[in-house]
Design a protein around this ligand. Sequence first.
Ligand code: C2O
Ligand code: CU
Ligand code: CU
Length: 490
Amino acid sequence: MGLFLVLIVFLPIAHYLIYVHTANGGLTFSNSLRIPELLTFKDKGGQKVFELKAQYGYSEFLKVGKTETMGYNGNFLGPTIRVDKGDEVVINVANQLDEMTTVHWHGMHVPPDMDGTPHQMIPAGGTWQARFPILNEASTMWYHPHPHGKTAQQVYRGLAGLFIIDDENSKSLELPSQYGIDDIPLVIQERLFDKDGSQRYELNRGAYYGDTILVNGTHNPHVTVPARNVRFRLLNGSNARAYHFGFNDDRPFYQIATDGGLLESPHLTKRLRLSPGERAEIVVNLSDGKETLLKSFPEDEVILLAEAVFADGIGNGHFEILKIIPEPTNAEPTDLPHTLNKIERWRPEDAVQTRRMVLGGSIREGRPPPGPGPRIPINGKLMDMGRVDEVVRLGDIEIWEIVNRGGQAHPFHIHDVQFLILDRDGTPTDPSESGWKDTVLVETNETVRFITQFNTYANPDIPYMYHCHILEHEDGGMMGQFLVIDPEAE
Ligand code: C2O
Ligand code: CU
Ligand code: CU
């Protein structure tokens, strides 16, 4: 009888909190969405030279008062860097903060000494020059700091920006591609604010979960777009939460790209999951001229009610994100191309080995690193900058098997390469993840296998990283290092 009563009271409350209640309700969408400016460059002998400056600033997100923030070349976030495949790029970074930082080019295939990891620290007041050719294909990448133990707080303060790559294929396709007009970048982050409008950093549920969404640093945003096909480039730039994007009218949309490139063909869907660090590009048909709302929906119906209500896991919550207002246009409606890309897949039998990464479990090695956050090991080890965890041979094709033994989902990210997911618990990849990836969400008790090849760059001294992209987990030590070595050169 007692249990029955509890259920009668509890279930409707749980249902309300999970599926009905909007965690950030009451929005009016009165602010016009900020579009990060495109960073201009100087052409020096065929190289594109960009300047980035990490600095402090003030931002007034909530119109009730200012808060101290960080940004690149401005108060919050950074400009969008846009280049072509094949470009030679130089990026001069000035650190005007009074703490050290680094700049990492997330998703990009760059030499280990240009990767912007904790091994390329820029001291307070110092400078750093990154130079590399653009080898990746057309994609939406991003840049952010990576200082050991301080990544979460610097990203939270505002250090992040988009890095868009175009190539001959992407330029030849009939896709919406006018930046800020029908090709809209969306950096989605969540924050906690105090009543006076100041940003507050605090760990809750072992990481930084917020209750207020910012899109490109705009709170309560709307965007006006032409009433036809519109492309959105989504980056989950949050520290910890996964989103399940969709529209409030449940209109279907096409996913056209994953982290590292265009899909082979558009994938029609109503929901899209992105965990921290992941990107996707979507095309939404707005030719009906009706307003719609980009939202994040609760994970799915088969969720543990207790966990959802009391623990609020990585992917829960019901958030309103962006109001989209289509305006009449004279432009001819265009259809999406049926073929977007050609992806050459490695055969699993060509992999020289399978490397196993066990997330969670007990700690056997490594001292807790400087950052806050729970101490969650990979293969029993916490990050140690002086230890190399894996050594890969240049040119090798490998399968990585990521096994989650922890009590929560972890987005696993690897530097240097883009990979192709083979399967999740033996089930072949879903179309939404069938393209190039550098970050993959591994659910509790799940095993994800991906295949990749370590090309171009080898360095016997400077490692790349792999880690959980929940930034507090990364700072807490959920990270490892791998070298790529050239056996021929040794
Ligand atoms: Cu987005 Cu190692 O990072
Ligand atoms: Cu990265
Ligand atoms: Cu994690």
